[in-house]
Design a protein around this ligand. Structure first.
Ligand SMILES: [Zn+2]
Length: 245
């Protein structure tokens, strides 16, 4: 049995990587998830550089310290864009204990439309009613801390999803399970909206009051995100248990 104090977060994050790979939501050996392990968010776990999501194991997640300026010069350095983004968000957004960033198909496509609004057309989209911030200032790859500062400001105020126009999506949560569940449902909601757009027919929007109620019901649904991740871990425990190692 491992004595690593962060074994639980490590296993949860490794499971999330592998599951999103199974769902076809990974991007080559890019994209990144992290979870803070210190109270102030300065220490966090993140995926190792250039490792495919489908192969990630708990023990190889990097434990980084945002206060260490030499991080990118070390032999096992993280991807630079992951470093700037996640260090900046953990340090500046208190509710961003877990941060997940993907270029998954439907969320990214939504961010490539001139109108990127996730309209409340179904139960999944209503979950995000009024909870999505959109960053419309994409300016190339985030190879400095500037992008993270702008994105942190957009997430402050309680938003949990940042739709990164012309780029991808980023979600934050109090736990790995929360961010995992949020990202899964955001992609599903975007998929449904784009499927509706593809028909060329007008949307049947639900009234704001119904969207608001549905969102509240989602947020008050007890233990759903944890149950979702536990179910996924149960499958992985049977089919690829090495993710925990
Ligand atoms: Zn990206």
């Amino acid at each position: 049995m491992s004595t690593d104090p962060y074994q639980e977060q490590r296993a949860d994050l490794a499971a999330a990587f592998r599951w999103f790979a199974r769902l076809g939501m990974a991007e080559a050996v890019a994209n990144h998830f992290s979870v803070a392990v210190s109270e102030d968010g300065s220490r966090f776990l993140v995926n190792p550089c250039r490792r495919h999501f489908s192969q990630i194991r708990a023990s190889e997640l990097l434990l980084l310290d945002a206060r260490d300026p030499a991080t990118l010069e070390k032999p096992n350095a993280p991807d630079p864009t992951a470093w700037y983004l996640h260090a900046g968000l953990h340090a500046n957004v208190p509710h961003a204990r877990c941060v997940m960033h993907l270029h998954c198909r439907y969320a990214t496509a939504l961010g490539c439309l001139a109108d990127s609004t996730l309209y409340p057309i179904d139960i999944n989209a209503a979950r995000f009613f009024g909870r999505v911030a959109t960053d419309t200032d994409f300016s190339g790859m985030a190879l400095s801390s500037d992008e993270a500062g702008r994105q942190a400001r957009l997430l402050l105020g309680g938003k949990s999803v940042l739709l990164m126009a012309n780029h991808g999506v980023l979600v934050v949560g109090a736990t790995v399970a929360e961010a995992f569940d949020e990202l899964y449902y955001f992609e599903r909601a975007a998929e449904m909206l784009l499927t509706c757009y593809s028909t060329g027919k007008p949307l049947r929007l639900m009234p704001d009051s119904t969207a608001e109620l549905t969102k509240r019901q989602w947020l008050e649904y007890p233990g759903f995100a944890t149950d979702h991740l536990n179910a996924v871990k149960g499958i992985l425990d049977r089919e690829e248990p090495e993710y925990r190692l």
